[in-house]
Design a protein around this ligand. Structure first.
Ligand code: ZN
Length: 118
């Protein structure tokens, strides 16, 4: 039983087409990190039998990586460093979250506005 679960989890940690590692899963979609650093979103499909992929927009990529740093702290390296002149995000007032654990859609959880998120 434990072996089965571990096997399922390890298989789930790679995208169905084996091109990326799972960053997180939530209701309606999952995010995967590809070997080239791009982030791909799976889901949002109306047909349960089909898989739809979309390339994450820059702020979505940052948000997905930010969420995944909870599970994989080493992914912090892929987040942009804050420049000294970067403005604090006005939507979340620098908290990185807009409501409970919902990552800020403007800054992707950084708490400041990155040129990469623009
Ligand atoms: Zn923000």
């Amino acid at each position: 039983m434990e072996g089965q679960l571990a096997d399922q989890l390890s298989r789930r940690s790679v995208s169905p087409d084996a091109r990326g590692m799972l960053l997180y899963v939530t209701i309606g979609h999952a995010a995967y990190l590809a070997t080239d650093g791009s982030v791909w979103l799976e889901g949002g499909d109306e047909d349960p039998g089909s898989v739809q992929w979309s390339l994450a927009k820059p702020v979505e990529r940052i948000g997905a990586l930010f969420i995944a740093t909870k599970y994989y702290p080493e992914l912090q390296e892929l987040l942009p460093p804050r420049p000294s002149d970067a403005p604090t995000c006005t939507q979340c007032a620098g908290r990185g979250h807009v409501f409970a654990e919902v990552v800020c859609p403007s800054c992707g959880g950084l708490g400041w506005v990155s040129d990469e998120a623009a």
